[in-house]
Design a protein around this ligand. Structure first.
Ligand code: NDP
Length: 382
């Protein structure tokens, strides 16, 4: 089956894996977007020959226009350019693999254009889950999760009715610092943090996996996607990253999805759904794996997991504050300005100060909470 795809964030870790799926399965790619990497965007455009490319960064858009001057590829610029490209695209499925809050407007554009959304950009749901989900319902647009845990839950929910679900089990690899105490975490370096034990991902999400902020965001993402309270979502540490998540039903049966850790499988599932076609990834050899382990997360050493639940319940602009503060803190950590344990300190201090964000309701108020949080968090990283 040859689908037409649009891939947003095509130059990133998930975007490049989505392109691998497109290459292997000979899907047509008619629109891509990127942030700043015009050299890679050029290489992708020359190979996949999309009708249009959008660069979020205005300078990068001009560079790309120059690089592709011998082609007829249309170049769009800025966030509005990404949204325009989505609107014009003939894609059946749009994969949103943009990093961070910049993914929200494109998510809403995909929904407004009535195309199927394969969503990797979890921040869209973290920041504005209610708005995104209600708009998707209104427009009759399907959101197929690409995040491996949510893809696993989406698949496991096919085994029963919603009223039969007891809880969701969200698995977490635990990141590179599983088992370390708070004191040991004080001495962690950037290089230690980027060495994820099982997944190869972009830098931001790799750091978020190490602080467990990523798992916190995934609780919020799952709560919105599957209309379930975070109180019914259990996080379980599973070092091998083979059971990608599961659903426990009222009869105490647990239905989960097991496979080798490979994001291409999640992208492929989202494109092929509701069908299953031959996989491009490696099969899982259970005997070679031998055993799987499960444990409770240490919420004392990794306080950001609980912060996410709190932000979900406090609602309004609180999840947006959490996300924005984390984006600023992780950037400062990667730049060597703050330590690993400072990430949680900056996020929690920013959150406590901007507690009033819970009264934010409209998209404009949520964006204002995000902006305020960035300002405050930047002060704390100095
Ligand atoms: P990367 O940092 O590897 O890639 C991010 C992509 O977004 C790049 O194409 C980048 O462009 C683009 N981008 C960055 N800033 C902007 C902006 N302001 N506006 C528009 N585009 C922008 O991230 P990942 O691929 O790791 O993650 C992408 C999303 O998928 C995140 O939401 C993450 O949480 C989620 N995810 C990732 C997984 C993974 O395995 N990596 C697993 C599950 C979910 P450029 O590089 O050209 O600047």
């Amino acid at each position: 089956m040859n689908n037409t795809l649009a891939i947003l964030g095509a130059t990133g870790s998930v975007g490049l894996q989505a392109l691998e799926v497109a290459r292997a399965r000979k899907h047509n790619v008619d629109f891509i977007s990127a942030g700043r990497n015009s050299a890679l965007a050029e290489r992708i455009a020359r190979e996949f020959k999309p009708t249009a490319v959008a660069m979020a960064d205005l300078r990068a858009a001009n560079e790309l226009k120059f690089r592709l001057r011998d082609t007829s590829v249309r170049i769009y610029a800025g966030e509005s350019g990404i949204c325009e490209g989505v609107k014009q695209s003939k894609a059946d499925t749009v994969i949103n693999a943009i990093l961070g809050s910049a993914g929200l407007s494109p998510t809403l554009s995909v929904i407004d254009s009535g195309k199927r959304l394969a969503l990797a950009n979890k921040e869209s749901l973290v920041i504005a889950g209610e708005i995104v989900m209600s708009r998707a319902r209104e427009k009759g647009v399907e959101i197929i999760p690409v995040d491996s845990e949510h893809s696993a839950i989406f698949q496991s929910l096919k085994a029963g009715n919603r009223s039969e679900v007891k809880k969701l089990i969200l698995t977490a690899s635990g990141g590179p610092f599983y088992g370390k105490s708070r004191a040991e975490l004080e001495r962690i370096t950037v290089a230690d943090t980027l060495a994820h034990p099982t997944w190869k991902m972009g830098k931001k999400i790799t750091v978020d996996s190490a602080t467990l902020m990523n798992k916190g965001f995934e609780i919020i993402e799952a709560a919105h996607l599957f209309s379930i309270s975070p109180d019914k979502i259990d996080v379980v540490i599973h070092r091998e990253s083979i059971l990608h998540s599961a659903v426990e039903y009222v009869d105490n049966s647990i239905i989960g999805e097991f496979s080798v850790p490979d994001m291409r499988m999640c992208v492929q599932y989202a494109i092929d759904y509701p069908n299953r076609l031959e996989g491009i990834g490696a099969p899982l050899d259970l005997v070679a794996l031998g055993k799987m382990t499960f444990a409770r997360p240490d919420t004392d050493a990794f306080p950001l997991l609980q912060m996410a639940k709190r932000a979900f319940f406090e609602g309004g602009g609180c999840p947006a504050v959490l996300n924005a503060a984390d984006e600023v803190a992780v950037e400062a950590f990667l730049a060597g300005k703050i330590s690993f344990t400072d990430i949680a300190r900056v996020v929690i201090k920013t959150y406590e100060l901007l507690h009033g964000a819970r009264y934010a309701r409209t998209p404009e108020e949520i964006v204002a909470s995000d902006r305020e949080a960035r300002k405050v968090a930047k002060e704390y990283t100095k």
